[in-house]
Design a protein. Structure first.
Length: 232
């Protein structure tokens, strides 16, 4: 099992650093190490790190100072380690930008669980904007604009390029009513002729592919006398 995430362990106690490293590597994480805050800052300049396990009591630069410096530029999760268990120490660590606080001695399995939890949260909140822009998720319908894939209830459905363009137009503008004329001119890039029923035919075909019951559509609604709109 391998993970793409890299974890930086910052602790001047080699035994603890090595122990944490073993557990992380067993879970498939890439592990980097530093023995003090200054060394940690140098490691961060040269490597992409997704989470930091940061001891508080260290020489040269302690964990509190290091956390404050890291937070000036980085937003990855930081889990503080400390032999101190007083509430004020925890508050100090968390107030400087740490996401979690673990008191020594600790259960390595609990620490790994916290690492996984923080990474899941970090990954979910930091999805690249380009990916968000390329994916439209409404109800059980998922549209990937980059790959032209449409998934309904976990199954891929095949749309023609025109059908896909109509679906994307309506889905991106959920709740907005588009006239037949507006849909035609947006998708076909041509002037609309009133006698043309091309859009209606394409809407019917799209419904047959994405709707459970095309006669009672869940997604593409008809607004009588006006046009169509997308609902969830």
């Amino acid at each position: 099992m391998t993970n793409k995430e890299t974890v930086l362990i910052v602790d001047d106690e080699k035994e603890i650093s090595d122990l944490i490293g073993i557990y992380l590597k067993n879970e498939g994480y890439t592990v980097l190490k530093a023995s003090d805050g200054l060394e940690a800052l140098e490691v961060l300049k040269k490597n992409e790190v997704h989470l930091i396990i940061l001891d508080i009591m260290m020489p040269k630069m302690d964990g509190i100072q290091a956390c404050m410096r890291i937070r000036e530029e980085k937003n990855m999760p930081i889990i503080m380690l400390s032999a101190k268990s007083q509430d004020m120490d925890k508050i100090m660590g968390l107030s400087t930008g740490a996401d979690d606080y673990v008191t020594k001695p600790f259960n390595p399995l609990e620490l790994i669980a916290r690492v996984k939890s923080q990474l899941r949260r970090y990954t979910r909140l930091n999805i690249p904007n380009e990916k968000k822009k390329d994916e439209i998720d409404i109800g059980n319908l998922s549209i990937n604009v980059a790959t032209h894939e449409v998934i309904v209830d976990g199954k891929e459905v095949k749309l023609t390029p025109r059908e896909f363009d109509i679906l994307e137009l309506l889905a991106r503008n959920k709740g907005i009513v588009f006239s037949i004329e507006k849909i035609f001119e947006s998708v076909w890039k041509e002037d609309y002729y009133e006698s043309d029923n091309t859009v209606m035919v394409h809407i019917r075909k799209i419904r047959e592919k994405i709707e459970v019951n095309p006669r009672k559509p869940q997604y593409i609604k008809t607004v009588w006398g006006v046009g169509y709109k997308f609902e969830s």
